[in-house]
Design a binder for this molecule. Structure first.
Ligand SMILES: Cc1cc2nc3c(=O)[nH]c(=O)nc-3n(C[C@H](O)[C@H](O)[C@H](O)COP(=O)(O)OP(=O)(O)OC[C@H]3O[C@@H](n4cnc5c(N)ncnc54)[C@H](O)[C@@H]3O)c2cc1C
Length: 560
């Protein structure tokens, strides 16, 4: 089994880290985590290594939609459309508390790219493709058939739409990713429960081995302590999203994946009263989504092709924001009220070479003399499970002579580690949370908030409150955010969070809902400083850095 490497002991999810594995996965975004889940699920000794924090890359910049493949129909990718429909259903089974049905109006205007009638025919075909897609899901997670909404009815619902050139809309259903960062954590917990290990703040700096010999593992640097270690693996899988070429380049593997990178920006706005999502194409040709989500509205994304290191393209520019607003204003009766914009969210979509969609490719570098190294390009949140399954199937097919025998693993109808079991409805599973641990003094709304975000782990957060009632305190009492102090403690003690961004932006809700008030940042710093051994100087530095960083996402709004 190899020797232990102790430097990650305080935060490893799953068994302690050793110096030898069957499979190492580089990158803790949705693709890497799903690959690790399938590797561990098959019984392979698996280690997932993430440079920053789980979900800190593109996976937290999503439009928060589990797509139903309609967009792929428009690109005539019928196989991907069918796969997306199925994957939405499997995710609904996996985590019904975090993946909820959501309806959207696809607005038809005279300049819409697909003629409305033509689009309707596509929707009908799509409906047939998706028959039975919600079978077996909880009663309140069902989706309906596509239906036409007349111009008159549409304007009744969306009175802000400019009626000029308006035809009507198609209403269809997909799923909403309620808290992508927590869904990713639920998957990491699932990896750990299957026997795999996952570490964050650990960067792969070098691939070990060489031409002929193949890739035999990785050198990993703990970004918290600065220490490095070599870890051997039969197979190394590069799932570093937009950074796959940097991982290859760090070792100078002569192959480059030359992925196509598209930066996408969203505007996170206050609640504008939408009851369902809207998709509309502006006069500038940009198709934007307006998505009601957690009492906020997400507007975007735009799409700009970028090149080079994705780190350099990770912020929104004034041009990005203006492009989105120009699209929105061109279909509205009056300009969108800029004061409603809370912040910008941006990320770089790592697409397979030349692709404009979620299509993914698996590359075995054995063809270049680097046996044992695989790279994934493309993929999406929606297709993440399929990516994980197919990457591991491919690895097993190509490397069966060097890997141990494996067990079968069908991930399609399995609850994630923290998901509620067999309830008739999601609401029922939340209601059950109201009567558990009655001694924890917490209101109804906060209890449901915890159940919705943590699944069965909400009990462990309640346990902290039972032990220390002070942890029931709301972290942002002047806002609609229901986060409580116990969540910050749990993030560090049980969820491997090691900094304010890890806690506020990826474990709690507050950092995903807009700029976090300085007072809340301070409160969370007070809670986690003793757990992380921060002295007063370190605490102050961490708070200042968090606030400065969050300002970078809002500064662009001042230039509008
Ligand atoms: C604006 C936008 C909106 C989107 N909306 C949707 C949507 O609504 N629905 C949907 O299904 N998909 C959506 N997508 C696509 C989806 O978000 C991405 O395809 C997906 O998140 C990519 O995941 P990933 O794991 O490949 O990459 P990432 O999430 O970027 O993960 C890669 C990870 O690798 C790590 N890494 C890099 N280098 C190293 C190293 N040397 N060592 C260790 N780790 C390393 C990074 O830190 C990063 O966390 C959207 C994408 C964008 C940009």
């Amino acid at each position: 089994m190899g020797e232990y490497i102790s430097m990650f002991d305080d935060r490893v999810r799953g068994p302690r880290v050793r110096n030898n594995y069957d499979v190492i996965v580089i990158g803790g975004g949705i693709s890497g985590v799903q690959i690790a889940r399938h590797s561990a699920g098959r019984g392979l000794r698996t280690l997932l290594i993430e440079r920053d924090d789980f979900g800190a890359g593109t996976s937290s910049a999503t439009s928060k939609i589990i797509h139903n493949g309609l967009n792929n129909m428009a690109h005539q990718e019928f196989r991907v459309a069918a796969e997306s429909l199925k994957e939405g259903r499997y995710l609904g089974f996996a985590a019904p508390h975090l993946v909820r049905p959501h309806s959207r109006l696809i607005v038809g205007r005279h300049w819409s790219k697909a003629r409305t009638a033509f689009f309707g025919a596509g929707m009908a075909a799509h409906g047939l493709l998706g028959r039975g897609r919600t079978e077996g899901l909880p009663a309140d997670n069902q989706a309906g058939a596509p239906r036409w909404v007349s111009k008159k009815d549409l304007l009744r619902e969306l009175s802000w739409l400019d009626p000029t050139n308006l035809v009507g809309a198609w209403r269809h259903d997909d799923n909403l990713n309620i808290h992508p960062e927590r869904l990713l954590l639920a998957l990491v917990t699932t990896v750990a429960e299957s026997g795999g290990s996952a570490i964050n703040h650990a960067e792969v700096t070098t691939l070990l081995g060489g031409p002929g010999e193949g890739i035999t593992g990785v050198r990993v640097r703990d970004r918290l302590s600065g220490e490095s270690a070599d870890i051997k693996a039969t197979v190394t899988i590069n799932a570093a999203g937009p950074w796959v070429d940097e991982v290859l380049g760090a070792w100078s593997v002569p192959a480059r994946m030359e992925i196509t990178q598209h930066k996408g920006v969203h505007l996170l706005c206050g609640d504008i009263g939408l009851k369902e999502g809207v998709a509309v194409r502006g006069e500038n040709g940009l198709r934007i989504l307006l998505t009601p989500w957690q009492n906020r509205t997400l507007i975007g994304p735009n799409e700009v092709e970028v090149s080079g290191n994705a780190d350099d393209a990770s912020r929104a520019t004034v041009a990005d924001v203006k492009e989105i607003l120009s699209a929105l204003d061109s279909v509205s009766r009056r300009p969108f009220d800029r004061r409603l914009i809370k912040t910008t969210i941006s990320g770089v979509h790592p697409r397979a070479k030349g692709s404009k969609t979620e299509r993914f490719e698996i590359h075995n570098h054995a063809s270049e003399g680097f046996r044992g190294l695989f790279t994934l390009t493309g993929g999406s949140w929606t297709l993440g499970r399929l990516v994980g399954e197919q990457v591991i199937d491919r690895v097993l097919a190509d490397e069966s002579d060097r890997l141990p025998p494996v067990r079968s693993f069908d991930s399609r109808y399995v609850n994630l580690a923290t998901s509620f079991g067999d309830y008739e409805s999601v609401a029922e599973s939340f209601e059950a949370a109201l009567v558990r641990r009655p001694e924890a003094e917490l209101g109804r709304e906060e209890r449901i908030h915890l159940a919705a975000l943590y699944g069965t782990d909400h009990l462990r957060v309640l346990e902290l409150i039972s032990e220390n009632p002070g942890l029931a305190e709301r972290l942002a009492p002047d806002s609609d955010c229901l986060d409580v102090a116990a969540q910050a403690v749990f993030a560090v003690s049980d969820e491997a969070a090691r900094g304010l961004e890890d806690v506020l932006d990826r474990r709690l809700a507050v950092g995903t809902l807009g700029p976090v008030p300085a007072q809340t940042v301070g409160k969370v710093a007070d809670l986690i400083a003793p757990l992380l051994g921060w002295d007063e100087v370190r605490r102050a530095t961490e708070v200042a850095e968090y606030l400065a960083n969050q300002k970078l996402d809002t500064a662009v709004l001042e230039e509008l």
